[in-house]
Design a protein around this ligand. Sequence first.
Ligand SMILES: NC(=O)c1ccc[n+]([C@@H]2O[C@H](COP(=O)([O-])OP(=O)(O)OC[C@H]3O[C@@H](n4cnc5c(N)ncnc54)[C@H](OP(=O)(O)O)[C@@H]3O)[C@@H](O)[C@H]2O)c1
Length: 269
Amino acid sequence: MDLQLSGKRALVTGSSSGIGAGIARLFADEGVSVVVTGRNVERTEKVAADLATSGATVVSVVGDLATDTGAAHVADVALEAFGGIDILVNNAGGGSEGDTVSWFEMPLSEWTATYEKNVVAAGRLIHRLVPGMRERGWGRVIQMSSAAGIIPTSAQPDYGTAKAAMVNLSMGLSKTLSGTGVTVNTISPGMIMTGLLQGFLAKFAEKRGWGDDTDRAAEYVLKGCGQTVNRIGQVEDVAYAVAMLASPLGGFMNGLNLHIDGGGTSSIY
Ligand SMILES: NC(=O)c1ccc[n+]([C@@H]2O[C@H](COP(=O)([O-])OP(=O)(O)OC[C@H]3O[C@@H](n4cnc5c(N)ncnc54)[C@H](OP(=O)(O)O)[C@@H]3O)[C@@H](O)[C@H]2O)c1
């Protein structure tokens, strides 16, 4: 099936690694011109160079989306390079980069930092790039939430609440953009094998006295998470869903929150 993505222009935040890099790769394979972006220069340039090798039109830009200046720089470079962005994937984010994920030990400044890099970062790029989509009468905004945003846990209060806000933001924006040709949807991944998940599993193993046995941690977490597909997700599992939402063929899907979690969300809601 031709997803009709060829010739579209996309900005994928957090595409210097993990899920974002997987989305950028799939877009490039489908003929989309892609802006690759992250904070780490080496990783960002490496992903962009890999995509360019296979003939894709790629631009790379480094910026911290948790700041106004960083986000403005990323948007400026993207607009300058492609003249407009048709598909914005607000994928960058993650939880606290501090040492603790527990409710009462994590400083509140970490809650703010997590909100900044997930929710406000998305808002900054929406402000800059979505008015152009509305004027052209076509666009796609796809936001990365998490299973943690739907199923609150007893740890990581910064992360679950920020990811829940991403879902609310998407639905509200889809209503704001009613009838404009711009759709806004959310994806809530479960466990996807990336550096982020590896870091979580490493902390999990260490806390239980299992040393650096992340395989044991993965097996344990998988057993207890209620998934009905018995494996950890891969970045491609998320990228396929993003491509479907981004495609012109996906234009009747709006305000959705797609759970890409191997059946881990045990609720009909
Ligand atoms: N992996 C999972 O199991 C899972 C599950 C649910 C949801 N998610 C969500 O999926 C998204 C991608 O996660 P991932 O697993 O692919 O993690 P990852 O490999 O750690 O990638 C995170 C990406 O976000 C970028 N980023 C982080 N903070 C940023 C900031 N302030 N400004 C600009 N870029 C920033 C990173 O850039 P640099 O590295 O260059 O700094 C990196 O490219 C995140 O929003 C995460 O919360 C992941």
